[in-house]
Write a protein that binds this ligand. Structure first.
Ligand SMILES: *[C@@H]1O[C@H](CO)[C@@H](O)[C@H](O)[C@H]1NC(C)=O
Ligand SMILES: *[C@@H]1O[C@H](CO)[C@@H](O)[C@H](O)[C@H]1NC(C)=O
Ligand SMILES: *[C@@H]1O[C@H](CO)[C@@H](O)[C@H](O)[C@H]1NC(C)=O
Ligand SMILES: *[C@@H]1O[C@H](CO)[C@@H](O)[C@H](O)[C@H]1NC(C)=O
Ligand SMILES: *[C@@H]1O[C@H](CO)[C@@H](O)[C@H](O)[C@H]1NC(C)=O
Length: 799
């Protein structure tokens, strides 16, 4: 039975392909090499999920604790602790709700009780060796507390201190808003919204021994409805007095900076040792500066397309702690043009912008221009330290410095990405990027940054950018696209554990976990492993597996830069043969004269294109089949519209990828005329019952006998005139079939009945001709997936 359903469904696939045939072919570069559905991820053990609690949501605040092997997650009314090895193993949870009084107040203030009047955890940061600092929205009344986890994993402590602190300036009031926060030396830096109405946005420093300090209030030059996305400490030099805090956010452009309403992506800086001004800017930052981050591509009309909606930032550390690489994920502001991009920035360029001219204007009706006058000393933005001027604190800064800083928070020059262009751009897709993490992977031919990009549709893209000739010419290779949530929801949190080699993902509906690599999925041959160009994977002589640079080098084959299986694998072909594995899928297909047939051939790699050749007999030359004269070439295979006797012969399906070609399927097509068909059919009667019995034991009846069973299934329904009707029936039957699966005995009976009916119908039919035209050859789909590599040759230049 299994075979019959599989093959008939394929027939329905043919119909689908036909309708799609007219669409222009997508460019192959922008599609993932491997695409795995949610189901495929689960079934291949590449995904572990936490489906969420019925009374919670918004699993958005992640804190990775590699030392204790735990992932802490802040959500609606709850804090969770997951095991990093397997998030569904021994999770712990604490319910932390807002009091009913707070919830009532929230409701009376006009907020949505069920949606917003809850405690959404927004801050979850390591405080000391035993405690985390946690803050939540507290039903529009932010609160903070301490979470005890103990010193060692064995302590298995997970307890919230009953004492609650005021969370203003730490967590937003509104659960829709974000906080970017960081805790160092007992002080909390937070970019957030600090009032009920969501109008007072600021960067705060609270906790610790100093007086709280913040950005200037009600000054749109400082901050203009910002959305904070990240905060990081980056040393400026070897003197810790010069340490700076960098904040990443998007905000409305300053008044007069842009015609109309526009969003700008920003990086802001502060000195860690800023204590505020003495006479002016008291308890306000005196070292705050911001600059615009540009991420754009040139348009054909000379107007650049800007990606300004910064969504997430990831800092990739380098050998030099002063110079991490900044990865930013951006989307477009346009409602019409949906697009996403990743841009990469160097700290050298960031510092250059902060050392450049300040943005200045003489009054509300003037343009913003680079400030040309005398800049007071020490230059606003520099930290009080021995390095520059020997000031002990910002309180000692001359008044003119503080006054200047207050009115010139923005830099004039923007920061352009490395190579002046994005490293990843995605347009014309129905999703947008939301999150990014990057992993540095050591491969045989160098170090690669592998990006994991989360989308608003519950998928993860794994992308590596590979230098073509130099670092100025990068090739974006989309390795995998994986669905990690059961519904298309936005991925709002992402953490990568290098120790566990796992990725953790958060959304509104739950938490998911997946390994960083699935080398075995790329295939069972050296060439397939090589073509994948996944820096995590290499051919180890027998299979595609995780590459460890430290391990003793045996016959590791890997070529990320060129993905050239010829240099890496050609000497292995012989070995493949010796190990007795079939290298090429060979099959025989029967077709009936004047009917159509579909030869399925879809390479596992979505990047590969297929190319068909025809050979009448072994002696004759192979010739290329073009999409014409009744041959329709699709990504899934070759459709032959009307078969004639002369179409009999061998069809070779070749996958062409990255300039390399491999034959993946050889089909021997035999075209049968109607007379012979009748003949064969009568012979089939006797065999029918025995084939059917065999099927239940092996599920793989002999190949030659398959074809006429397909035929019988069609003869079963002489009244069905169109393929659409037929498919419709099959889908219905397949659903029924699934229900019956549990009752094997019953199924056997049904099948016997059907089979008998089929034979009777066939006997009764007098008009064989009509049937023959209905007949389509149906192929076994499964086989096409298990094909192996065999021949390798350079692709012709024309391909
Ligand atoms: C939510 O439900 C879980 C059980 O499903 C329970 O343990 C938890 O206490 C509930 N939380 C709240 C806030 O009621
Ligand atoms: C994770 O843990 C669950 C529950 O113990 C178990 O069913 C599952 O097989 C585990 N998965 C992996 C990949 O270890
Ligand atoms: C960590 O901070 C908490 C909260 O202030 C305190 O109770 C605890 O004693 C501290 N632990 C250590 C090891 O300092
Ligand atoms: C900084 O402090 C040192 C000692 O604490 C003092 O001698 C020096 O005068 C101070 N510098 C300024 C500019 O006030
Ligand atoms: C196939 O079609 C051709 C031309 O239309 C016709 O001459 C021939 O009889 C048909 N053969 C069968 C078996 O229907």
């Amino acid at each position: 039975m299994g075979f019959l359903w599989g093959s008939i469904l394929l027939l329905c696939g043919v119909v689908l392909i036909r309708t799609e045939g007219s669409k222009p072919q997508q460019t192959k570069n922008n599609i993932p090499r491997l695409k795995l559905s949610y189901k495929e991820m689960l079934e291949s053990n590449n995904l572990i999920t936490f489906e969420g609690l019925a009374n919670s949501s918004a699993y958005h605040t992640f804190m990775l604790d590699e030392e204790k092997g735990r992932l802490l997650v802040g959500a609606k009314d709850h804090i969770f602790s997951f095991n990093l090895l397997n998030i569904s193993k021994d999770q712990a949870q604490i319910a932390w709700t807002a009091s009913s009084t707070r919830r009532d107040e929230c409701k009376w203030a006009g907020k949505d009780l069920s949606r917003d009047c809850a405690n959404f955890i927004k801050v979850l940061l390591p405080f000391n060796q035993t405690h985390f600092y946690v803050c939540g929205t507290g039903a529009f009344h932010p609160v903070c507390s301490y979470l005890e986890v103990g010193k060692k994993p064995e302590d298995s402590l997970f307890r919230l201190e009953p004492h609650v602190e005021n969370g203003r300036g730490k967590s937003p009031y509104d659960p829709k808003l974000l906080t970017a926060s960081m805790l160092i030396d007992g002080e909390l830096y937070a970019g957030t919204s600090a009032d009920f109405m969501g109008r007072d946005f600021a960067i705060f420093r609270t906790l610790g021994k100093h007086h709280p300090i913040r950005t200037e209030q009600h000054d749109s030059r400082w901050l203009n409805e910002p959305r904070f996305l990240g905060v990081h400490l980056i040393p400026e030099n070897d003197n810790p007095e010069d340490d700076k805090i960098y904040l990443f956010f998007r905000e409305n452009a300053m008044e007069g900076e842009h015609a109309g309403k526009a969003t700008y992506a920003r990086i802001g800086q502060l000195c860690k040792n800023d204590l505020g001004g003495h006479r002016s800017l008291v308890n306000k930052w005196t070292t705050f500066l911001k600059a615009r981050l540009i991420c754009s591509v040139p348009g054909s009309n000379g107007i650049d397309t800007h990606f300004d909606e910064l969504q997430d930032v990831f800092l990739m550390s380098t050998k030099d702690p002063k110079s991490p690489i900044v990865y930013g994920v951006f989307t477009t502001s346009s409602n019409v043009f949906k697009g996403s991009a990743v841009c990469m920035y160097s700290m050298t360029d960031v510092r250059r912008a902060f050392l450049g001219p300040y943005a200045h204007r003489d009054g509300p009706n003037y343009q913003w221009v680079p400030f040309q006058g005398r800049v007071p000393y020490p230059r606003p933005g520099t930290c009080p330290s021995k390095t520059f001027g020997g000031f002990n604190t910002t309180k000692e800064f001359p008044d003119e410095v503080v006054t200047f800083a207050r009115s010139h928070p923005a830099m004039f020059n923007p920061i352009y990405p490395i190579n002046n262009q994005p490293i990843v751009v995605k347009t014309d897709v129905d999703y947008q990027f939301t999150q990014i993490v990057v992993d540095k992977v050591e491969a045989e031919d160098g170090l690669y940054d592998v990006m994991f990009i989360g989308t608003d549709m519950g998928t993860i893209l794994k992308v590596v950018s590979i230098p073509r000739g130099s670092w100025h010419d990068l090739e974006e290779v989309l390795l995998e696209e994986m669905t990690v949530f059961r519904k298309p929801v936005a991925i709002k949190a992402m953490e990568l554990s290098t120790k566990q080699q796992q990725l953790y993902l958060g959304s509104d509906i739950g938490v998911s976990q997946m390994p960083l690599h699935r080398c075995e999925v790329y295939g069972k041959a050296c060439a397939e492993c090589c073509l994948a160009r996944d820096p995590y994977c290499a051919w180890d002589g027998t299979e595609c597996s995780r590459y460890f640079p430290m391990a003793k080098r045996r016959t590791r084959r890997q070529d990320i830069r060129n993905g050239d299986p010829l240099t890496q694998c050609s000497d292995l072909q012989h070995h493949d043969e010796l190990s007795g594995q079939a290298t090429l899928l060979d099959k025989t297909v029967y077709g009936v004269e004047n009917s159509s047939t579909f030869l399925e051939c879809s390479p596992k790699s979505q990047r590969a294109t297929t190319y068909w050749q025809y050979q009448r007999s072994a002696e004759e030359r192979k010739q290329e089949i073009r999409s014409e004269e009744g041959f329709i070439h699709t990504d899934q295979g070759l459709l032959i519209r009307t078969l004639s006797k002369k179409d009999s012969g061998t069809y070779l399906c070749q996958a062409v990828e990255h300039g390399f070609m491999q034959i993946i399927l050889r089909v021997n097509l035999e075209v049968i005329d109607a007379d012979r068909l009748q003949d064969l059919l009568h012979r089939g009667e006797d065999a029918a019952t025995s084939v059917h019995a065999q099927e239940f034991t092996s599920r793989e009846p002999p190949n030659q006998k398959l074809w006429y069973r397909d035929f019988l299934s069609l003869v079963n329904h002489p009244t069905l005139n169109t393929v659409d009707d037929f498919c419709d029936q099959v889908w219905k039957r397949e659903r029924k079939h699934k229900k019956q699966k549990a009752h094997l005995v019953q199924q056997v009976q049904t099948q016997q009945q059907q089979q008998q009916k089929g034979v009777v119908n066939a006997q009764n039919s007098v008009h064989m001709q009509g049937m023959a035209s209905k007949w389509k050859h149906l192929q076994e789909r499964q086989k096409g997936r298990n094909r192996r590599t065999h021949e390798l040759e350079r692709a012709p230049r024309s391909v």
